[in-house]
Design a protein around this ligand. Structure first.
Ligand code: 13P
Length: 252
């Protein structure tokens, strides 16, 4: 049976005092989660704090982006090896905000995915279509191309140590969640796309749904056969809400 994972993506939010309270609450509440793993992806400056508060707990932590390059003259870029040095387990790559605001193309995302894998991090590869793409029937074309770019560059076997997050752009931060059926259809498509290359890896691949997940809708989403957890934005900043989502992912 596939594992379950709920990961928080804090985006550019947080401060030392608020983080201390939020991380402390998550650490305590996650201790008795069963059959579901929990992680937080925090802004770079707070990785030190996340490690301090979460060390020796059941909660993992990670970054929200990573450089496609190694050490060197790349002002502002943070390498995968640096993230490992702070004991990150995960790093998000190809989030739609990185793609749309910072102009990251599929090839750059694939290079970041490779850099993360090589350093021993688990990349959380985000894919998803815009509203216009969905309404013009292009979801599979867009998501397929996002997956194919990584498979072409790194091979399907690289998916064996990754997580995929399906995040329809129209559902991110909008309060408009994909229906469980819409999300399930996209997740099944993603799994089939990987299965065409490697059936065993596809069957084991953890695929998260992201986009306006809340405690109130998490249970219905996680009940779908190909939805293995969530990547949570706004609701990950509210301790009780985030932990309720983690509990909705439990398998007892
Ligand atoms: P929201 O949960 O705020 O919609 O954000 C989702 C997301 O982008 C997670 O990466």
């Amino acid at each position: 049976m596939r594992g379950r994972l709920v990961a928080g993506n804090w985006k550019s939010n947080g401060d030392l005092a608020a983080n201390e309270a939020l991380l402390g609450h998550i650490r305590a509440a996650a201790a008795d989660l069963q059959g579901a793993a929990c992680a937080v992806c925090v802004p770079y400056p707070y990785l030190f704090q996340a490690r301090q508060v979460l060390a020796h707990s059941t909660v993992a932590w990670g970054g929200q982006d990573v450089s496609q390059f190694g050490a060197g003259a790349y002002t502002g870029a943070v390498t995968a090896v640096m993230l490992r040095e702070f004991d990150c387990r995960y790093v998000i790559v190809g989030h739609s905000e990185r793609r749309s605001v910072f102009g990251e193309r599929n090839e750059v995302v694939a290079a970041k995915f490779g850099a993360a894998s090589q350093a021993g991090l688990t990349p959380i590869l985000c894919v998803g279509e815009t509203l216009q793409e969905r309404e013009t029937g292009k979801m599979e074309e867009v998501v397929g191309a996002q997956l194919d770019a990584v498979i072409a560059a790194k091979g399907a076997a690289a998916m064996g140590s990754a997580v995929v997050a399906y995040e329809p752009v129209w559902a991110i931060g909008t309060g408009k969640t994909a229906t469980p059926e819409q999300a399930q259809a996209a997740h099944a498509f993603i799994r089939a796309r990987i299965a065409a290359h490697h059936a065993v890896i596809a069957s084991k691949l953890v695929i998260l749904y992201g986009g306006s997940v809340k405690a109130a809708n998490a249970g219905q989403l996680f009940a779908m056969p190909d939805i293995d957890g969530g990547l949570i934005g706004g609701a990950a900043l509210v301790a009780e809400e985030f932990m309720a989502i983690c509990r909705a992912a439990e398998r007892r």
